[in-house]
Design a protein around this ligand. Structure first.
Ligand code: URA
Length: 191
């Protein structure tokens, strides 16, 4: 292993350790596990969701519940291997009863995500849902109008798609999701 890779691995382990011991906000009192993220640390494609749900809190792995299973189906449909991407969330701990992440929780948690992005250096970032899109793309992001559109921000290509949990609530959006995922796969093949 070369020195550069060793340095990256060390930084990653430190970050993971710090994050797993985080007590910056009250969510640390109610969490079972910190959901740091999972997948390929050299991924070209990174998905960023909102916050862990119950199954994720129990397992420590993002997107393993019903929404995650649906995400897996879309990845499969466009021939993207889940092992090839990295999946993380805006918040690393579950908000009680899956309520929306609070602004101040996001403020306290976002540096973990920023550091993950710095270390992974994905070519494409995909926000899963409006919460991540508003924070990472632009404050006035409109998921219904702007899903599937690529933006360039801070040297990254970034877009947002409907959150899989929103697709479970409104399956009519699944067609849009498939179109967006095909666009993402095409972009991934180009970069
Ligand atoms: N919803 C999210 O936004 N993230 C998860 O990890 C699970 C469900």
């Amino acid at each position: 292993m070369d020195g550069k890779q060793e340095e990256l691995d060390r930084k990653w382990s430190e970050l993971e350790e710090t994050c797993k011991n985080c007590r910056k906000c009250p969510l640390c009192e109610t969490r079972t596990n910190v959901v740091f993220g999972s997948g390929n640390r050299s991924a070209d494609l990174m998905f960023i969701g909102e916050a862990p749900g119950e199954k994720e809190d129990l397992s420590g792995i993002p997107f393993v519940g019903a929404a995650g299973k649906l995400l897996d189906k879309f990845l499969y449909a466009v021939d993207i291997d889940r092992e090839r991407v990295f999946i993380a969330n805006m918040l690393k701990c579950r908000p009680p009863k899956n309520r929306d992440p609070k602004e101040e929780e996001q403020d306290l948690c976002i540096d973990y995500l920023r550091e993950q992005v710095r270390l992974i250096k994905p070519k494409i970032i995909v926000c899963l849902g409006r919460i991540a899109a508003k924070r990472l793309i632009k404050e006035d992001f409109m998921i219904t109008k702007e899903h599937g559109i690529f933006f360039e921000k801070n040297g990254f290509t970034i877009c947002a798609v409907f959150h899989p949990a929103a697709l479970l609530r409104d399956p009519r959006r699944k067609e849009d999701m498939l179109v967006d995922m095909k666009k993402i796969k095409k972009k991934l093949d180009e970069v």
